[in-house]
Design a protein around this ligand. Structure first.
Ligand SMILES: Cc1ncc(COP(=O)(O)O)c(C=O)c1O
Length: 346
């Protein structure tokens, strides 16, 4: 087999040659002592791009998300999350384990809260009640669908948050994809959020890292909480250097991923496969192979045999994610291979 085309996630992207060079040449220092100029440059850049006062480099999106919850809550408090969110499903129970808070998960198909349900989910005061302290959002939503949510769709959530004086945290692991797909800037898209997490190592192709952005006070506290959970770093400039390229150069090439994903959707539909069209779409293609008479696992196995890796999401659905290591020229090969698999015996 000549090469592997890994479409399971955009987390599989390898750092570009330019990133590796930047890592090699990075000027570094002890970042816990605030002596790493490359980290400081990355944090200032992130704050500026997001229109917030300050930013903090963390190891991962999970670490950023959990630090945010730690800051807004005390043990016994409650936060509102989407039942399909990363925070609720894929962080090993960190909300309760690290913060001692409990999540109140609400179902959503669109990436926004239904206003009546959100209002009802916010605990009224009372001696027996947990205190609701935070409303969490995720954009793009959710990791198997990549739906971009336009800012105006949050109007009711914002009004409810204001009425109850609750902060809003955005898990914006793929917020640049969301901004691109809704024709705006990330600063505009998160202008109503108190704090935001954005990942450098998904579609932006850095080897690791995530930025937490918010007010100066919030980031000062986040720096302390990062230290508490062992996330303080020393010569982290080697991570920050590719992060700077992620936030600048790599953002500019995201349209290619969205175009490739749409090419893939159209090609799959032409082959009789159902694709998720339930909103504004980005670099994640969610497909249902049951109309073609297949189940997801054997279909994925067969593609794997041709060097194409995809993620099985449920009995009939799979996910294929476009990214920097899947150039446009490979899309027709992928579609041709899928066509061949569909013609093979199940
Ligand atoms: C929406 C979302 N939030 C947070 C994360 C966590 O990022 P990390 O894997 O860097 O911890 C992910 C990871 O895929 C994600 O998809």
């Amino acid at each position: 087999m000549e090469k592997i085309l890994d479409l399971r996630s955009d987390t599989v992207t390898r750092p570009t040659a330019e990133m590796r060079e930047a890592m090699k040449n990075a000027i570094v220092g002890d970042d816990i002592l605030r002596d790493d100029p490359t980290v400081i440059r990355l944090e200032e850049l992130a704050a500026e791009i997001f229109g917030k006062e300050a930013a903090l480099l963390t190891i991962s999106g999970t670490m950023s998300n959990e630090i945010a919850v730690m800051i807004y809550t005390k043990p016994g408090d409650e936060i509102v999350v989407f039942s399909d969110s990363h925070l609720y499903n894929l962080e090993t129970g960190g909300i309760s384990a690290l913060s001692g808070a409990q999540p109140r998960p609400l179902k959503s198909d669109s990436g926004t809260y239904e206003p009546g349900e959100l209002s009802e989910a916010i605990m009224p005061p009372g001696v027996q009640r947990a205190r609701t302290q935070l409303i969490c959002l995720e954009n793009t939503f959710h990791l198997n669908r990549g739906l971009a949510v336009a800012k105006n769709r949050y109007a009711e959530t914002i009004a409810i948050a204001q009425k109850h004086d609750l902060p809003i945290f955005m898990d914006g692991a793929r917020i640049f994809n969301a901004a691109l797909a809704t024709n705006t800037t990330v600063a505009d898209l998160v202008s109503f959020c108190d704090s935001v997490d954005v990942c450098l190592c998904k579609g932006l192709a850095a080897p690791l890292g995530s930025m937490l952005v918010g007010s100066k006070d919030f980031i000062d506290e986040a720096r302390r909480m990062r230290q508490r959970i062992g996330g303080g770093m020393r010569q982290a400039g080697v991570i920050a250097a590719p992060g700077i390229l992620a936030l600048t150069k790599m953002v500019e090439r995201l349209p290619e991923d969205h175009e490739n994903a749409e090419k893939m959707r159209l090609g799959l539909e032409a082959l009789g496969i159902r694709v998720d069209r339930g909103g504004v779409l980005t670099n994640i293609v969610n497909l249902d192979v049951s109309p073609a008479g297949w189940k997801a696992a054997p279909f994925a196995d067969r593609l794997n045999g041709y060097g194409i890796k995809v993620k099985v999401c449920s009995e009939h659905t799979l996910r294929m994610v476009t990214h920097n290591d899947i150039p446009s020229r490979d899309i027709s090969f992928i579609l041709d291979t899928i066509g061949n698999v569909l013609r093979e015996q199940r």
